[in-house]
Write a protein that binds this ligand. Structure first.
Ligand code: XMP
Length: 508
C-alpha cells in the first residue's frame, strides 16, 4: 500500500494534514521528526514526505531540525510553513524575519504554472501564519507563488520533486489547498488510492482470524464508538472467543445501558457480559464532591470491577482495546498541564497480564472508525453519536452524586437531547448538567424549591477549543418548559454561554 509520511515539527495541524491525505484514500502516518531517521524513512518505503509547520524559527537553537540526508533519498518532499523554511535551510537557502512583520490570516495568492498548482486559478486565497520568510532560494529551486508581502509563497525543484509552501494548504481557509495536496500526493508522489475502509474491514478481519485463532480475547466495552467498533470487528474475526465486559457504572444516560446491550449483544451477536455495578460505584462516590476525586475513584473502581469480572472468565490470552490513531501519535510537543484526569479503559494492561494486546483500530482516525463501524452494520445512531466522557454523568452532577440527582439529570438530559434533535441545529456535543444549588420557584399557587439544570451545547472540530452553540430561542424555551413541567424536582433551567477556553466542555 502506498503511504505518505507526515514529519511532525510541532505544528498545530499535523493531524489535519494526515486526515486530508487519507481522505484521498491514500494512507498517511504522522511521526515526530526526532523519532524517525532518513534511513528508516527509506526502509519504510514512503512515497512522499510532508514537513509540517511548527511554532519555531529555523535559526532558534532549540528549534527542530532534520538531517540533510533526507534530500538524498529520492523521495518527494512538500514543506509547509515552518517545513517550507526548514526545507530551504537544509537545501542551502536563506530565511530572515520579514521586514513587513508577520503575515497572518487569509491572503491573496498568485501562482505560476506548476504541477503543484494544476487546476488552481492564478489568483486565489490562502491562509498565512508566519514571521520569517525565504529571502534566498536554495540552488535548483524557483519561485512558483507569491503574495503581496511574501515574495516566495511557494517554491519548487521539479527535478528532485521538492516543494515548499509558506501558507497552510491543509486548512479550509486556503481555497484550493486540498487540490494542492492532491497534486502533491497523487501527481508528484504518484500514490495509488488504495486506502479504502471496506478493504480495511476485510484485511483486518482476516489478519485477526489468523492471529487470534484458538485464543480467548477480552475487551472492555464502554458503549462508546471506538470500543463498540473494535468489538464488532473482532467479533467478525473470532466470534464467541471474544468476551466483551461492559461495566455499567450507573452513570450512563437514560436507557443507554439497555441500548448498548440490545444493539451490540442481541442484534449484532457480540458476546457481551453486562455488569451492573451501580451500587458499588455510588457507594464509593458517597460524600465525594471534588471533581478530580470523583474521576480518580471512578477510574480505580472501573479497573477493580473489570478485573473481578475478567477473573471469572478464567485464563485470558489477549486483551483487545479500542485505541485509535490520535491516542497513539506521539507528538513532538512538550507536556501540557493536566486539566482533567481523563478516564479511558486504555490504562488496563498495566494492572493485568496478557500474552498480547490487540488494537484493531490503532491506525484509524475517528471519522475512519465511524466509516468502518457503518461498514460493519453498526447503526448510524451509535456510530455517529456525540462523545460521552468515561466517568459519565458523574462529571455532569456538581457536588455530591446521589441516585436521586442522577435520575433528575437523566430525565432532563433526555428531554434536551430529544428537543434539539428535532431541530436543524447540529452542535458537536450537547447535554444537561445538574447543579448542586437549589432555587425557589412557583408552581400553581405553591412555592417550590428544587435543583437547577444547565443546558450545554458546543461547536468544535477537535474539542481542544469550542464555542457555545447559538441555539434558537424556540428550542431552548421548549426544553426549559418541558424540563420544569416533566421533571419533578427541577425548578430552573439556564443555558451555558461560555466557550472553551476559559471554560471546559464538561462542568467537572
Ligand atoms: P473538556 O471538558 O475537557 O472535554 O473540555 C473535552 C471533550 O472530552 C470529553 N471528556 C472525556 N472523554 N474521558 C473521555 O473519554 C474523560 O474522562 C472525559 N472528560 C471529558 C468531553 O465530553 C468533551 O467531548
Amino acid at each position: 500500500m502506498d503511504k505518505i509520511l507526515v514529519l511532525d515539527f510541532g505544528g498545530q495541524y499535523n493531524m489535519l494534514i494526515a486526515r486530508r491525505v487519507r481522505a484521498m484514500n491514500v494512507y498517511a502516518e504522522i511521526k515526530p521528526y526526532n523519532k524517525i531517521t532518513p534511513e528508516e524513512i527509506k526502509a519504510a518505503g514512503y512515497k512522499g514526505v510532508i514537513f509540517t509547520g511548527g511554532p519555531n524559527s529555523v535559526y532558534d537553537e532549540s528549534s527542530p531540525h532534520y538531517s540533510k540526508e533526507i534530500l538524498n533519498l529520492g523521495i518527494p518532499i512538500l514543506g509547509i510553513c515552518y517545513g517550507h523554511q526548514l526545507l530551504t535551510h537544509i537545501s542551502g537557502g536563506k530565511i530572515e524575519p520579514a521586514k513587513s512583520g508577520s503575515e497572518y490570516g487569509k491572503t491573496e495568492l498568485f501562482v505560476a504554472k506548476n504541477i503543484l498548482f494544476e487546476g488552481v486559478p492564478e489568483n486565489s486565497i490562502c491562509y498565512m501564519s508566519h514571521t520569517d520568510y525565504v529571502s534566498r532560494l536554495p540552488d535548483g529551486f524557483k519561485v512558483i507563488a507569491y503574495t503581496n508581502n511574501c515574495p516566495c509563497a511557494a517554491m519548487a525543484d521539479d527535478e528532485k520533486s521538492f516543494y515548499g509552501v509558506q501558507f497552510h494548504p491543509e486548512v479550509t481557509h486556503t481555497e484550493y489547498g486540498n487540490r494542492m495536496l492532491e497534486n502533491f500526493v497523487l501527481g508528484v508522489c504518484k500514490c495509488d488510492r488504495n486506502w479504502i475502509m471496506s478493504d480495511f474491514v476485510t484485511q483486518t478481519t482476516e489478519k485477526y482470524k489468523k492471529e487470534l485463532a484458538g485464543k480467548k480475547v477480552l475487551l472492555a466495552l464502554s458503549g462508546g464508538v471506538d470500543s463498540s467498533v473494535a468489538a464488532v470487528l473482532l467479533h467478525k474475526a473470532i466470534g464467541q472467543s471474544l468476551y466483551c465486559v461492559f461495566v455499567d457504572h450507573g452513570l450512563l444516560r437514560q436507557d443507554e445501558g439497555d441500548y448498548v446491550e440490545n444493539t451490540l449483544g442481541k442484534k449484532l451477536g457480540v458476546n457481551l457480559i453486562r455488569v451492573n455495578a451501580e451500587s458499588e460505584f455510588l457507594s464509593r462516590l458517597k460524600g465525594v464532591t471534588s471533581p478530580e476525586a470523583k474521576r480518580k475513584i471512578i477510574g480505580e473502581e472501573f479497573i477493580r470491577v473489570f478485573e473481578r469480572e475478567a477473573k471469572k472468565l478464567g485464563k485470558i490470552d489477549v486483551l483487545a482495546q479500542g485505541t485509535i490513531y490520535p491516542d497513539v501519535i506521539e507528538s513532538g510537543k512538550g507536556d501540557s498541564a493536566v486539566i482533567k484526569s481523563h478516564h479511558n479503559v486504555g490504562g488496563l494492561p498495566e494492572v493485568m497480564s496478557f500474552e498480547s494486546i490487540a488494537e484493531p483500530l490503532r491506525d484509524l482516525f475517528k471519522d475512519e472508525v465511524r466509516e468502518v463501524g457503518e461498514k460493519l452494520g453498526i447503526p448510524k445512531e451509535l456510530v455517529r453519536r456525540q462523545p460521552f466522557p468515561g466517568p459519565g454523568l458523574a462529571v455532569r452532577v456538581t457536588g455530591e452524586i446521589t441516585k436521586e440527582k442522577l435520575e433528575l439529570l437523566r430525565k432532563a438530559d433526555a428531554i434536551f437531547r430529544e428537543e434539539l434533535e428535532k431541530t436543524q441545529s447540529k452542535p458537536s456535543q450537547y447535554f444537561a448538567v445538574l447543579l448542586d444549588t437549589k432555587s425557589v420557584g412557583v408552581m400553581g399557587d405553591g412555592r417550590t424549591y428544587g435543583y437547577t439544570v444547565a443546558l450545554r451545547a458546543v461547536d468544535t472540530d477537535d474539542f481542544m477549543t469550542a464555542g457555545w452553540s447559538r441555539l434558537g430561542y424556540g428550542v431552548l424555551e421548549k426544553a426549559s418548559n418541558r424540563i420544569t413541567n416533566e421533571v419533578n424536582g427541577i425548578t430552573r433551567v439556564v443555558y451555558d454561554i461560555t466557550s472553551k477556553p476559559p471554560a471546559t466542555v464538561e462542568w467537572e
